[in-house]
Unconditional design. Structure first.
Length: 158
């Protein structure tokens, strides 16, 4: 979890390859109206996110039935994380990809064609509630180093 541009998808895909766990990206489940709103430079509200988070929770519960799963999701607020992990809290590891505004803004400007506009990054930092129960991974490290750090901290095995 983390703000847009923190590397969630890249790290999640690498972690999936290394562990063999299923991977999905929460961005793939946004309804068209959310994508259109963000593409227009309008930040999503809690109401906009509610149905999306509920759909992700259902998808997550389905995937957990088949084994471990890795999900890349902003999950900026504690109430979002509670919706996502409801019923699987004991087996859920939250990884917070932590980075500073300037580093992430620079990344977003190099990501053409994505619906999340760099100008909206501040709204993500404004909404971010840093989790007290997550493993923090510094995005200044390489993606491979972050994946190895996650494996070491969680003790997960493929």
């Amino acid at each position: 979890m983390g703000v847009s541009g923190s590397g969630k998808s890249t790290v999640g895909q690498l972690l999936s390859k290394k562990t063999g766990f299923a991977f999905f990206d929460a961005d793939d489940f946004h309804p068209p109206e959310n994508i259109n709103k963000m593409a227009s430079g309008i930040p999503l509200t809690d109401d906009d996110r509610k149905g999306w988070l509920e759909l992700l929770h259902i998808k997550l519960l389905e995937q957990v039935q088949n084994g471990s799963v890795i999900v890349a999701c902003s999950a900026l607020k504690e109430k979002y994380r509670q919706i996502l992990s409801n019923g699987i809290e004991a087996s859920c590891h939250w990884i917070f990809l932590k980075g500073d505004y300037n580093t992430i803004y620079s990344r977003l400007t190099k990501r053409p064609g994505h619906f999340m506009q760099p100008a909206m990054l501040q709204s993500q930092f404004d909404a971010l509630e840093i989790p007290g129960h997550a493993i923090e991974a510094d995005i200044e490290n390489s993606c491979d180093d972050i994946v190895n750090f996650i494996i070491k901290k969680t003790g997960i095995r493929g």
